[in-house]
Design a protein around this ligand. Structure first.
Ligand SMILES: Nc1ncnc2c1ncn2[C@@H]1O[C@H](COP(=O)(O)OP(=O)(O)O)[C@@H](O)[C@H]1O
Ligand SMILES: [Mg+2]
Length: 240
């Protein structure tokens, strides 16, 4: 993949239309345009059903737009084969989901090592890297636990360690605090803030809550599949 642009993400006139099982179709994204530069921390906010996850799936190359152009790190994603897409996802993006998506029967250490499986690294290097990441999220003592033995906040920290293990340019987080209580949620956001500030990792986070979005440096607000605000975090969400 060539690295011709400092834009990590560039979406141009993105539309997404889903066919409906009952017949007909539903347009979910309308003419979405924005770019994200290296080092940004962006919140994509909007009410439930507004198209946030659809947008995130396109950004993460997990789904393709119906029309429009999407460049990830300067490469047009629509020209890439499924194999190339998988490599790009693995190399550039760390995913964090609301429901953590950890493998329940694998240890914490195994889960964190997962993105390194395809890197051709020797086993001892994978273990070393995964342990480093667990230390970063404060869970080095829990490497041999199973996810089911951990609290929600701890599970999300394991998921973040896994997202970081592959040394991604970009973290994509879809409602990362949606399954956590408020205190744990804010701890996770503090940690994102630190990753962004100290390690320069670009973060795009989806949320429906303004209190969560406030941790970012830029807000993109979506309503009914259209962007109706893109700029600094406003003082309140009253006018969104
Ligand atoms: N795979 C799909 N097929 C059909 N409709 C979908 C699909 N995924 C999402 N939608 C619809 O798109 C709309 C936006 O969904 P989504 O992007 O998940 O919103 P959000 O994440 O903001 O809650 C909803 O009406 C949803 O039902
Ligand atoms: Mg969603």
């Amino acid at each position: 993949m060539k690295k011709s642009s400092e834009n990590i993400i560039s979406l141009k006139n993105i539309n997404k239309i889903f066919p409906l099982e009952v017949g007909g179709e539903q347009q979910v994204l309308f003419n979405i345009n924005f770019t994200v530069k290296s080092g940004e921390f962006v919140a994509i906010m909007g009410p439930s059903g507004s198209g946030k996850s659809t947008c995130m799936n396109i950004i993460g190359a997990l789904d393709t737009p119906t029309s429009g152009q999407y460049e990830l790190y300067g490469t047009d994603v629509t020209t890439m084969s499924p194999d190339e897409l998988a490599i790009a996802r693995n190399e550039y993006i760390g995913f964090v989901f609301q429901q953590f998506n950890l493998l329940p029967k694998r240890t914490v250490l195994d889960n964190v090592m997962l993105p390194l499986m395809y890197r051709g690294l020797p086993m001892h290097e994978r273990v070393e890297r995964a342990r480093e990441m667990l230390k970063l999220v404060g869970l080095e003592k829990f490497e041999s636990y199973l996810p089911t033995q951990l609290s929600g906040g701890m599970k999300q920290r394991v998921a973040i360690a896994r997202a970081l293990a592959g040394n991604p340019k970009l973290i994509l987080a879809d409602e990362p605090t949606g399954a956590l209580d408020s205190k744990m949620g804010h701890d996770i956001l503090q940690f994102f803030k630190k990753l962004n500030k100290e390690f320069g990792i670009t973060i795009v986070m989806i949320t429906h809550e303004f209190d969560i979005a406030k941790y970012a440096n830029r807000l993109i607000h979506i309503r009914d599949g259209k962007i109706n605000y893109d700029g600094k975090i406003p003082k309140s969400d009253a006018k969104l």
